[in-house]
Design a protein around this ligand. Structure first.
Ligand code: NAD
Length: 337
């Protein structure tokens, strides 16, 4: 059993902990939090040993009546691998702690690429991460684009990709985020940071990205145009993408017009928290004009990096190859395409 500590138990950390617990070859050593909020309460109810980020914060947990197993230093010492799901920038501050304990660490996409040896996406860079001391699971958007571009590049070659990312203003729980009544170019600069981030996974990919932010919380939506190196037709592209377990090509008969129905579908299907772990690609949008491929995809920002984190644990522990790991991960959480 790989003992996995989860440092930072928020939007990503709580989902990763549940996915780790579902794996046959992993156990949750514990989860670490800064404050005794509702997520800490649920962590205890789920039986996760709860750790405070440092000794100064233990009093707040004691006052709230939350039993602590210790501080994060002890959690890191007792873990074979740590998943750091702290807010952007905090992971880099924690890197030294993981090095001191010689505990391999998985960072998240909010960190700069140089926080880790490898920018990780299970489909595109699993092998490069095997046995590494540190990897960074790339952001939700970069994960969604990596999963899409890897099979397209293999099958047809990519001459040039252009993506407009229509981004949710904040997650449902982020009541301090916006906009609440506007449509923002964000960032205004072109390319947005997403293209260079994608190049940390695909160094040779020629890609331009533009970002926007809109008053929505459910998902991001990508408008994608790829100029292929070789001729293709829409049906063969649809079949290619449909064969990928983490790409869900939406058939028109499901009558799903946006993120709201996607979430509803996931909830009706019994997915935890209504999570859509896969990219959701509108099948009818897959269009090829000459060598230009077009499509729309929705990315559930809270969920798509979850299976990637699980695979990243096996990659750094070097206990499985990509095929074995992705199959194990998907079977255990119930990701059946
Ligand atoms: P979050 O704010 O929901 O959760 C972070 C958790 O870490 C909170 O529980 C917070 O209390 C805790 N925390 C704060 N400081 C800490 C510290 N010093 N030590 C331990 N825990 C600490 O954040 P999130 O959305 O889960 O994001 C985590 C990481 O994942 C970021 O790098 C982010 O960029 C990335 N990410 C987020 C999303 C998303 O849509 N939410 C998607 C992909 C990647």
């Amino acid at each position: 059993m790989i003992q996995v500590g989860v440092n930072g138990y928020g939007t990503i950390g709580k989902r990763v902990a549940d996915a780790i617990r579902a794996q046959p070859d992993m156990a949750v050593a514990g989860v670490a939090k800064t404050s005794p909020n509702f997520e800490a309460k649920v962590a205890l109810e789920r039986g996760y040993p709860l750790y405070a980020v440092d000794a100064e914060r233990t009093a707040a947990f004691d006052d709230a009546g939350f039993d602590l197993a210790g501080t994060v230093d002890e959690l890191v010492a007792d873990s074979d691998v740590v998943v750091d799901a702290t807010p952007a920038g905090v992971g880099a501050e924690n890197a030294e702690l993981y090095r001191e304990h010689d505990t391999p660490a998985i960072f998240q996409g909010g960190e700069d690429p140089d926080v880790a040896e490898v920018s990780f996406n299970a489909r595109a860079s699993y092998e490069a991460a095997r046995g590494a001391d540190s990897v960074r699971v790339v952001s939700c958007n970069t994960t969604g684009l990596s999963r899409l571009f890897a099979p397209i590049a293999e099958a047809y070659g990519i001459e040039k990709a252009r993506v407009t990312l229509v981004r949710r203003g904040g997650d449902p729980g982020q009541t301090d985020r916006g906009p609440i009544n506007d449509t923002l170019p964000d960032p205004v600069e072109i390319p947005s940071h997403h293209g260079p981030d994608l190049n940390t996974v695909f160094p040779d990919l020629d890609v331009d990205t533009m970002g926007m932010k809109v008053p929505a919380t459910l998902m991001h939506t990508h408008s994608v145009n790829v100029t292929l190196e070789r001729e293709a037709d829409a049906e063969s592209v649809r079949e290619l993408l449909d064969a990928e377990s983490r790409l869900f090509v939406l058939p028109p008969e499901l009558d799903i017009d946006g993120a709201g129905k996607l979430k509803e579908f996931a909830q009706d299907a019994g997915r935890p928290r209504g999570d859509c772990w896969e990219n959701c690609i509108w099948g009818d949008s897959i269009t090829v004009e000459g060598r230009d491929l077009y499509l729309f995809q929705a990315i559930h920002q809270e969920a798509d990096v979850v299976p990637e984190n699980v695979d990243a644990v096996r990659a750094v522990a070097d206990t499985a190859d990509r095929e074995e790991s992705t199959t194990l991960t998907e079977d255990a959480i119930g990701l059946d395409g």
